[in-house]
Write a protein that binds this ligand. Structure first.
Ligand code: SF4
Length: 218
């Protein structure tokens, strides 16, 4: 199993090298990385493509990079700044609530504990793990719907929820892949192993996939 996982990860890393250039990955690699900006970009990245996350993040961070500055914006100003990320009204409300809570409950600092992050409405397990991994260098695996579905299709795990997938992946995924895993699997899930209709015939790892193996042998 471990050998297969390594082979698959190496294939996907070479097929999807641009995972290193995603907005969040670049923020992670920035020597002046800022936990609050990483958290905000992660919230903006939900249900949108990376190019939209980047556009919205850049626009917002030219005028507001702190909880205080975000709260000082009017709802309309904030919505206009993050418009390109989609779901901008809901995201605007989330950004304001998260900023307010960080100021009131955590003295203006992004908490470094998963439970504390997840105590803030709008921050789920995947966002919390992205912040822990990308902002604080913690060894965690951010699991979203793409990671969850692909891991199950490959037969690496047999789980019903992303939370359970995270626990199972922690047991089998070599640590050397943890930091890039989410970005690679999200890209792979968006382009090839698509949730509704995976492009199995064009898939570079279909030889290793349990789902296609099951299909072939029916
Ligand atoms: S063969 Fe199909 S189901 Fe399996 S990983 Fe590739 S795209 Fe996904």
């Amino acid at each position: 199993m471990q050998e297969n996982i390594k082979k698959i990860m190496e294939i996907l890393k070479s097929k999807f090298p641009s995972h290193e250039k995603t907005t969040l990955n670049r923020m992670r690699l920035d020597e002046n990385r800022d936990a609050f900006k990483i958290l905000i970009s992660c919230l903006l990245s939900l249900r949108t493509q990376d190019k939209n996350t980047e556009k919205a993040s850049n626009k917002l961070f030219t005028v507001a990079t702190t909880p205080e500055a975000i709260l000082a914006l009017s709802d309309t100003e904030l919505e206009n700044l993050i418009f390109s990320s989609g779901h901008y009204k809901k995201k605007s409300r989330t950004l304001k609530h998260v900023s307010e809570t960080i100021l009131k409950e955590f003295n203006g600092r992004v908490p470094e504990e998963k439970e504390e992050l997840m105590s803030i409405k709008g921050i789920g397990p995947k966002t919390a793990n992205i912040v822990l991994a990308f902002a604080f260098g913690e060894e965690v695996i951010p699991v979203d719907v793409h990671v969850h579905i692909v891991s199950n299709r490959l037969g690496w795990v047999n789980t019903k929820t992303p939370e359970k997938t995270e626990k199972e992946l922690e047991k089998i995924l070599p640590k050397e892949y943890w930091k890039d895993f989410n970005a690679i699997f999200v890209q792979f899930g968006k382009e090839i192993c698509i949730t509704i209709s995976p492009k199995c015939s064009a898939c570079p790892i279909n030889n290793y996939c349990q789902k296609i193996g099951v299909t072939k042998h029916r």
